[in-house]
Design a protein around this ligand. Structure first.
Ligand code: ATP
Ligand code: MG
Length: 403
């Protein structure tokens, strides 16, 4: 700037070069660390499931699974240490085989049919660390393991969900590989079906994140100024992108960034359901109050501009709950008294099994139970399954099915 003294511009340049150098050094070191911890050749995998677990996921008795496995019928299993185990592919295959026998009554393949609309669940709250990513990852995996065709979208430029799914933004995600590619305003825009990628669970697809998503926050004000007739406004762009692939999925789970920017608002407008994660502590609940006020105001603007604001359901999920903590219990009671049935019955418990698994980019569904004290793992997975099963019930109810 011409009015700046030489000294001031010197300071500005120093900061820029310093930040750039730090960014480069950190990125190089992190990549080296990632390469050591997760070598590119070491594809992320998910463990095999015991007959009891597989039967539960499919929704049949273990005895019946044993029977069809011994009859053959195109059902395959692996044998580990003399015991039969099932991979996610085996489980999916069994669903297909059973479904053929059941004349398509959807007991085993729970795909939606005509009249049942795609469920788009946005997991949000602008409070950082409220458990959005942990919730999104486990919900998406739970639904996929139960046979729903699921798409997980990482909408946070920080890309934590992608990392948890084994996708390293710095190594594996190139330009136009994020949802930005499908919602951008220029002629580089491409279909969402070119962007989705498979995961190690056959029924689970992922759209990873990367810093490029920030472009949407920068480009939207410009697009609002230069908008032509017929252009889709920012709040309609994620819905429009998802619509291009809607026949491929039953449920879409969107992990939002901890901000109320254009990305979050566009996800909110695309959503059919909203899940707000909240840690039951005073500061978190106060922050959520501000979040609700701002969201309410912004939704009014969206509605005035012709956007839809109707949802199948909107619920709060209590996260990282410690049942022995008195103040947390009071906070939960406080929320239940105000929001009533909008607070999910089951809270997600705080567990070292979750935070320890996250250190190696894994979820509870991926880690081996033997890595943990049994009771620690069992308590965590039971709480997680209860939360996810309650949400599955809301999804099925929205489709008008008996839950
Ligand atoms: N139930 C839990 N028990 C123990 N640790 C948890 C639990 N849920 C989340 N965590 C840990 O808390 C941290 C924050 O969780 P998470 O990343 O899911 O929050 P977030 O809302 O997505 O954060 P951000 O706002 O930064 O995106 C993570 O380190 C995660 O492993
Ligand atoms: Mg997150």
């Amino acid at each position: 700037m011409s009015s700046q003294s030489p000294d001031q511009s010197h300071v500005a340049t120093e900061l820029r070069t310093l930040i750039q150098r730090h960014a480069r050094d950190l990125s190089e070191q992190l990549q080296a660390h990632q390469r050591n911890s997760f070598p590119p050749s070491a594809e992320k995998t998910i463990r095999h499931f015991s007959p009891a677990e597989a039967a539960k996921l499919i929704g049949i008795h273990e005895g019946y699974l044993r029977q069809i496995a011994s009859e053959g019928r195109g059902v395959s299993a692996s044998v580990t240490n003399g015991r039969r185990t099932y991979s996610v592919d085996d489980i999916q295959n069994i669903r297909v085989v059973l479904d053929q026998g059941a004349r398509g009554d959807r007991r085993y393949l729970p795909h939606r049919i005509a009249g049942e609309h795609l469920q788009i669940i946005t997991v949000m709250n602008f409070k950082g660390g409220s458990g959005k990513t942990t919730t999104s990852a486990h919900l998406a995996q739970y639904l996929a393991l139960h046979g729903y065709r699921t798409l997980a979208i990482d909408l946070d430029p920080q890309a934590s969900l992608s990392a948890l799914f084994g996708t390293q933004p710095e190594l594996d995600v190139g330009p136009n590989d994020t949802l930005y590619g499908a919602i951008r305003y220029d002629d580089q825009r491409r279909s969402i079906s070119e962007i989705v990628r498979g995961t190690y669970i056959p029924t689970l697809h992922l759209i990873p994140a990367h810093l490029e998503l920030m472009e949407f926050e920068h480009e939207t004000p410009r697009a609002l100024m230069t908008r032509g007739a017929g252009d889709t406004m920012f709040f309609g762009r994620i819905a429009q992108a998802i619509a291009e692939a809607q026949n491929l999925y039953d449920v879409v789970v969107v992990d939002c960034p901890p901000q109320l920017g254009y990305l979050t608002l566009s996800a909110l407008s695309a959503a059919t359901a909203v899940l707000i994660t909240v840690h039951p502590q005073m500061l978190d609940v106060l922050s959520m109050g501000q979040f609700l006020t701002m969201t309410g105001d912004l939704l009014e603007v969206v509605a005035d501009a012709g956007g839809t604001t109707n949802y199948d359901w909107m619920n709060y999920l209590i996260t990282r709950f410690e049942p022995s903590d008195g103040p947390q219990n009071q906070m939960v009671a406080f929320m239940r008294s105000i929001f009533g049935s909008h607070v999910l019955i089951h809270p997600m418990l705080k567990s070292t099994a979750i935070s320890d698994a996250a250190i190696t980019n894994q979820t509870l569904y991926e880690v081996e139970r033997s890595q943990f004290t049994r009771s620690t793992y069992d308590r965590a997975i039971e709480a997680m399954n209860q939360v996810n099963s309650e949400i599955e019930g809301l999804i099925r109810k929205a489709w008008g099915r008996a839950t």
